[in-house]
Design a protein around this ligand. Sequence first.
Ligand SMILES: [Zn+2]
Length: 306
Amino acid sequence: MSNAPVGRFAPTPSGRMHLGNVFAALVAWLSVRSRGGYLVLRMEDLDTQRTKEEYAQVLREDLAWLGLNYDLETEPQSRRSGVYRQYFDRLEEMGLLYPCYCTRSQLHSVNAPHLSDGNYFYPGTCRDLTWQQKAQFTRDPAWRVKVPDRVWTVEDMAQGHYEANLATDCGDFVVRRADGVYVYQLAVTVDDGEAGVTEVVRGMDLLSSAPRQMYLQSLLGFAHPAYGHVPMLMSSDGRRLSKRDKDLDLGYLRQHTTPETLIGVLAYGAGLLEKPQRISAKELAEVFTWDKIKGTEIYLDTAALF
Ligand SMILES: [Zn+2]
């Protein structure tokens, strides 16, 4: 293996990409391509209720339209439960897993602080159940991993210094749900680790996930990748752009603008260009630098898209 960076783009094929997904994909691509690195594509389709192969196919076409090529597509998560099972077993052999029988309403009723990613702090209710207590439950448990009382530090390429102590910030977290589905944190750690990913670039809503993934990396023998959690996109009037803005998903954008216009608006908003201009991803790779991708918000002149 060379020392070239390996990045990844890991979309959820549950609909059309919106502008925020495009921006994360663009920065992931620029970061590796500007340094002669590689990009891996992976479909995060653990939620088989919402995801569809036809959406995955449209996603590949949208990336091609944007000029964001990749070197390899790895197996989608929906087909990897056998692999995740092996890593789950290793955690169990280490004595780090325990069954949690709490119901959803129990988990949400304890005066638990709500984390930014939608999870609740878990106070360790089921950590020390005896086998007799476990035997009284008839339902299938979720499985949690015990977390250590230590600080995890991320020197994020976009957000700078970030740290968290899992013991006080989220508590023991679920790695397999009661229905047998392995959770995002475990799947991402295994997939990135096995693919040899050296940098993880994604939206900043996932920054709080990084310490949980770093913990699992350290347990499962994977190197920590570099992290870059890119800022959220805002309209020029200060509103957060989201999936609800239908005129900003690629279905609409591909009919009403060009890839060069779109990339130019994103690049100018991010500060990668001095003035508004049309530009291809390839041209932009020549001037890309992480120094410009800072902060939590980027303001876009969306009117300039059309
Ligand atoms: Zn529990």
